[in-house]
Design a protein around this ligand. Structure first.
Ligand SMILES: Cc1cc2nc3c(=O)[nH]c(=O)nc-3n(C[C@H](O)[C@H](O)[C@H](O)COP(=O)(O)OP(=O)(O)OC[C@H]3O[C@@H](n4cnc5c(N)ncnc54)[C@H](O)[C@@H]3O)c2cc1C
Length: 282
């Protein structure tokens, strides 16, 4: 759940995370909990439809290199090929990801320490994999396709088949630190099927496809799920949401509800937008 070893995870972070979800059960249960609903077409559909509404205002492949907030000047957001000006800027990403942006003037020390504290965590590099089958065969055997284990290279499995059950999909999370023998993609695909066969029977070996994302290799995301080491929140937690000059902070890590989830990303964005409105009104 927190993608890290218990002794290295901040208890304050865990408590905040659980409280923001309404308790432990909503986080671990599927029914009525975090994994209750799926989005037809995949979560990306939300971003794609919002981008379609916004049209040419959405710039892709333009990572922000620098944000300038100089007194008595409009703010400047600089990419490799563009310089945009603005009255306010909302940064909507995990604190650790903001470390790749140069801020002029430099961010105040507590905000910087919050971001750098997040970035230097001992994370478990996680891979999310989907093993595809002709059908969700496990259902006929009375199995729900879910598994959680601390004794397996695969820590978490969900039935992620489409609603019409036109194919079977088992979504798996695994940490390559826990299973160095599955460190490369090919051995991982084979090893994963064998591991699934332990839980769901030999039909798990007859996969029709395999897709995976190794989050540790994503250049724009500092890992997969974010644990937080002790001390970082205590020292700089109040700066998670506190605006810095004309910069406003969103991103799911700053959410008060469903922190760490898509729901939290949306409410954090709405909160930051309303802060900007207030600030412009003032
Ligand atoms: C494998 C996995 C499974 C998950 N499963 C679920 C789930 O089932 N349900 C759920 O609710 N949540 C789930 N989550 C969590 C969910 O994806 C996040 O909570 C959500 O995406 C956070 O949204 P965000 O807008 O705060 O940040 P992000 O989605 O991380 O968006 C930040 C964006 O900023 C971009 N970026 C980074 N640096 C720069 C830069 N310098 N310039 C411009 N852009 C930049 C990144 O490319 C990224 O697109 C999952 C996450 C992972 C990794």
């Amino acid at each position: 759940m927190w993608a890290g070893y218990p002794e290295r995870i901040s208890l304050l972070w865990v408590l905040h995370y659980l409280r923001s979800a309404g308790g432990l059960l909503p986080v671990i249960l599927n029914d009525g909990g975090a994994q209750d609903q799926r989005i037809v077409g995949g979560s990306q559909v939300i971003s794609e439809r919002m981008a379609a509404d916004l049209g040419g205002r959405v710039l892709l492949k333009q990572p922000v290199l620098r944000i300038e907030d100089r007194p008595r000047e409009r703010m400047r957001v600089v990419t490799a090929t563009e310089t945009l000006t603005a009255d306010r800027v909302i940064v909507a990403m995990a604190p650790a990801d903001t470390m790749r942006i140069e801020f002029v003037p430099a961010l105040p020390k507590p905000r910087l320490e919050l971001a750098s504290g997040w970035a230097r965590l001992p994370r478990l590099p996680l891979v999310k994999a989907a093993v595809l089958y002709e059908s969700p065969f496990w259902r006929a055997e009375g199995l729900n396709g879910a598994m959680q284990s601390d004794r397996s290279p695969v820590q978490l499995v969900f039935d992620n088949s489409p609603e019409d059950a036109s194919m079977g999909v088992l979504s798996c999370f695994l940490s390559v630190v826990e299973c160095p023998h599955l460190a490369d993609r090919r051995t991982r695909e084979e090893g994963l099927k064998q591991e699934l066969a332990r839980y769901f029977g030999p039909k798990a070996l007859d996969a029709t496809g395999y897709v995976e994302k190794d989050w540790s290799t994503d250049p724009w995301s500092t890992g997969c799920i974010w644990p937080l080491t002790p001390g970082v929140l205590t020292a700089g937690g109040e700066h998670l949401r506190k605006p810095t000059g004309r910069i406003f902070w969103a991103g799911t890590e700053s959410a008060k509800r469903w922190c760490g989830y898509m729901d939290g990303a949306i409410s954090a964005g709405a909160r930051a937008a309303s802060e900007v409105q207030t600030s412009l009104g003032a």
